[in-house]
Write a protein that binds this ligand. Structure first.
Ligand code: HEM
Length: 64
């Protein structure tokens, strides 16, 4: 989501859903790893940290 952004599907009752802009061009691997790790561990969330290597690998992931 942070690298590529995205849109939920439009529906009859919500034909123009809010989208998220991509941040691949404006944030470094270190910055994306930091912000995603923060989201995953703040506010009582207990997700595992995301590494700089994982972010770098996801830059070339196929988007279906
Ligand atoms: C660096 C800044 C940002 C971060 C770290 C971030 C993070 C995220 C994450 C992790 C999700 C997925 C949430 C989930 O799994 O349910 C998400 C979704 C979303 N974000 Fe962001 N976001 C950022 C900036 C923005 C901005 C600037 C906007 C709007 C102008 C935005 C709009 C949205 C929307 C509309 C979704 C839902 C998209 C969908 O359901 O397909 N985000 N964001």
């Amino acid at each position: 989501m942070v690298l590529n952004g995205g849109y939920p599907p439009g529906t009859f009752k919500n034909s123009r859903p809010y989208g998220m802009p991509p941040f691949a061009q404006s944030l470094s691997d270190v910055e994306v790893a930091a912000v995603v790790t923060y989201i995953r561990t703040a506010w009582g969330n207990c997700g595992a940290p995301v590494t700089v290597k994982e972010v770098n690998e996801l830059r070339s992931a196929l988007l279906y």
